[in-house]
Design a protein around this ligand. Structure first.
Ligand code: PMP
Length: 283
């Protein structure tokens, strides 16, 4: 059952109400996290809490809770929902302030919203690779902060959809940054490559987990810039995110990637990823 927590109150998500003066609504002045729930437990919880703390710090908002308090609250949210496979959204805004002003209000309590909603299990045989199109990354220069203002990501995703693609791979100054809600990996001659962390892309938890898995399993991996030409000539391309895990890409700009099917490196990494999940769930 979907459940929401809003500023101390538990209720059905559709019953949750936020003030029109909430700065999240007025200015997009807030940050969020999305966490994967498998078998009723949050996978990579510690990493998500670190990124949450970082996002809050970057927008100069003091966390309303300690990491231990977050853990208790998030665990409680999952228990209350009774969901086994779910996505947990946590949103923190700068709170309610009136009259509307760009200046940060003093002594305002941040708004905290948590929702837990059922997610479909990602069965690997039903993964249909994506057809992607490249687009210029015109977003602001702090894609590393997980801000609630996703207007540019939405515009780019919907442009891609309107053109008949599944999503866009974004290029800034001719180099790949990420996709509209996921990170990008390629494989060239057996080497895995993903763009390095910078202010221009979200430091994805799935991305980091995969980089670590590749390294600890002795696979060749480089965190370095990917040019448009290298993307278009890659043997394999895939995206990563909490909601999609590792998702293969069959086509970029109408040209097939490799033979147009999920490649062997993707398969290897996906197996390692699924194993790491099972190990965690058994721990
Ligand atoms: N980039 C963007 C722009 C995102 O919104 C997301 C999350 N949906 C990601 C990358 C992937 O991050 P994560 O693996 O932490 O879900």
């Amino acid at each position: 059952m979907a459940i929401a927590y809003l500023n101390g109150e538990w209720l059905a998500p559709e019953k949750a109400r936020v003030s029109v003066f909430d700065r999240g609504f007025m200015f997009g002045d807030g940050i969020y996290e999305v966490m994967p729930v498998y078998e009723g437990r949050i996978f990579t919880l510690e990493q998500h809490l670190v990124r949450l703390g970082r996002s809050l710090g970057e927008i100069r908002l003091r966390s309303p809770m300690s990491d231990d308090e977050w853990k208790i609250l998030l665990t409680h949210a999952i228990e209350k929902s009774g969901e086994q496979t779910a996505l947990l959204y946590l949103q923190v805004t700068r709170g309610i302030a009136s009259p509307r002003s760009h200046e940060y209000p003093q002594d305002v309590t941040p708004t905290v919203l948590i929702t837990v909603t059922q997610a479909p299990q990602l069965l690997r045989d039903s993964v249909v690779p994506y057809r992607m199109v490249t687009k210029r990354d015109f977003r602001w220069g702090r894609g590393d902060i997980k801000v609630v203002s996703l207007i540019a990501n939405g515009l780019l995703k919907n442009e891609a959809l309107d053109e008949g693609y599944d999503d866009a791979i974004l290029l800034r100054d001719g180099e790949v940054t990420e996709s509209t809600s996921s990170n990008v990996f390629i494989a060239v001659n057996g080497v895995i490559i993903t763009p390095p962390k910078s202010h221009f892309l979200l430091h994805g938890i799935t991305r980091d987990h995969l980089v670590e898995l590749a390294r600890s399993n002795g696979l060749a991996i480089e965190e370095r810039a990917i040019s448009e030409a290298e993307l278009l000539g890659a043997d394999e391309v895939w995206i990563t995110s909490t909601g999609h895990e590792l998702w293969p890409v069959s086509e970029v700009n109408g040209r097939p990637v490799g033979n147009g099917e999920a490649g062997v490196i993707w398969q290897t990494l996906d197996r390692l990823f699924q194993e790491s999940k099972s190990t965690y769930l058994r721990s």
